[in-house]
Design a binder for this molecule. Structure first.
Ligand code: AMP
Length: 418
């Protein structure tokens, strides 16, 4: 038997209500903040991600699903959305149509990671990108969006972490400071961190190894060496978050090792999902558009993992979504009425009333069992003595109240059943 691939998951009908609820909440929230949806292809030229995410990152270094198609072009299944969104923004000159472009997406992503709880190889993210403004109010907006969505899902065990990376110039100066500090401790670092010392020193902060953490803990902090503009912007973010009632912590180890990331970075963690605590991450990337060949434009954004968020909801029992039910189930009391029932169902469906009936020639008792299982709001009995007198019996399944309807007044059912 062929099974699904490790690290991928079917979203089964029993779980779909949660997904649809979340997707509706997302669309409504993004509408309130005036973000428009963008959908990009599942695969892109590999070069986009190498340039857009960076060769030194885990994603590009070890996690991408890359393959050659029949024309020998190297393609990659998208591991994240910022690079595709920026590619599309440049390709279609979206910035020429409006000075600030606010976009959101909901899309599957692909990374060849070691699967575990909250870590999949195909997973779904939603996120936003705002391209065209350097205002720190937009950075705050990203946190408000993400935090607001998580709170609306009833999640409580949340930690918002923020940091500032300054401008690339500030960072260059800081990297020298860090290098000086680590120089004589280099031999004590893990192999990965020793390599990063030469290739991308900031990423040593990402190391999960305890001995690395001990060494890096006392290193000079980037946040204490910020340029004036980054400092002011960071103050604006902090003030706005406080005004919005969003609690936050400053986490100086929250770095993104690439040069086009600037100023604010943030992450929202949950204490309810096990080892993989990050529900969402984001920040400012003022230099990426130019790096990908566009006209320089400041930008900020975030991405959040849907599976991990739903896992947190499950663990906190925060979502209580009733099963979707139909409006009415038609029950065939006598045989020979199959065509008539199909006809009634067609009419009801054209009136936007969801309905279903038995296609398996089952007994009345079995049809009733099915109606109960479906959690239908009403049952309409077709047949028996009533039908001979051109009447139908309608039962309200929650109150148990029954009512007789004349066939000639079938249309009075429409208002009742909705
Ligand atoms: P990133 O794009 O790495 O900043 O990730 C943003 C969010 O996507 C994370 O906070 C997770 O919630 C989610 N995420 C990232 N990688 C995975 C994965 N392999 N499986 C499930 N969710 C993931």
């Amino acid at each position: 038997m062929i099974k699904s691939i490790t690290g991928t998951k079917d979203i089964l009908p029993a779980d779909i209500a949660k997904w649809q609820y979340l997707e509706e909440l997302l669309r409504e929230t993004f509408r309130l903040f005036n973000y428009k949806e963008i959908r990009t292809p599942v695969f892109e030229e590999t070069a986009l991600f190498i340039r857009g995410i960076g060769e030194e990152t885990d994603i590009v270094g070890k996690e991408m699903y890359t393959f050659k198609d029949r024309s020998e072009t190297s393609l990659t299944l998208k591991p994240e959305m910022t690079a595709p969104v920026v590619r599309s923004y440049i390709e279609h000159s979206l910035g020429a149509q409006q000075p600030l472009t606010k976009l959101f997406y909901i899309s599957p992503m692909f990374r060849q990671e070691r699967p575990q709880a909250g870590r999949l190889r195909q997973f779904n993210q939603f996120g936003a990108e705002a391209i065209g403004s350097r205002s720190p109010l937009l950075d705050t907006e990203m946190i408000q969006l993400a935090y607001g969505i998580l709170k609306s899902l009833g999640l409580n065990n949340l930690t918002v972490k923020i940091n500032s990376l300054g401008t690339p110039e500030t960072r260059e100066t800081y990297k020298k400071l860090l290098k000086n500090y680590l120089e004589d401790k280099k031999s004590l670092l893990s192999e990965d961190s020793r390599r990063r010392f030469d290739t991308n020193i900031l990423r040593i902060f990402d190391s999960k190894i305890e001995s690395d953490q001990t060494i890096i803990k006392d290193a000079p902090k980037l946040i204490e060496h910020l340029d004036d503009e980054s400092k002011q912007d960071f103050e604006v973010v902090k003030n706005q978050l406080s005004k919005a009632g969003i609690p936050f912590q400053i986490d100086t180890a929250l770095v993104r090792g690439l040069d086009y990331y600037t100023k604010l970075t943030f992450e929202i963690d949950s204490g309810s999902v096990g080892a993989q605590t990050a529900l969402c991450g984001g920040g400012r990337y003022d230099l990426l558009i130019e790096t990908l060949g566009g006209k320089a434009a400041p930008a900020t954004g975030f991405a959040a993992g849907i599976e991990r968020i739903l896992l947190a909801c499950e663990n906190e029992k925060s979502l209580n979504i009733p099963d979707q039910s139909i409006d009415v189930y038609l029950i065939r009391v006598d045989s020979g009425l199959e065509d008539k029932i199909a006809e009634f169902a067609s009419v009801l469906r054209t009136q936007n009333i969801s309905c279903d009936y038995d296609y398996l020639n089952r007994s009345v008792k079995a049809q009733m069992r099915e109606a109960n299982k479906m959690n239908t709001k009403y049952v309409l009995f077709v047949g028996g003595d009533e039908y001979k007198k051109e009447l139908l019996k309608l039962k309200d399944m929650s109150s148990g109240v029954e009512e007789i309807i004349a066939l000639s007044e079938f249309n009075t059912l429409y208002a009742k059943l909705k």
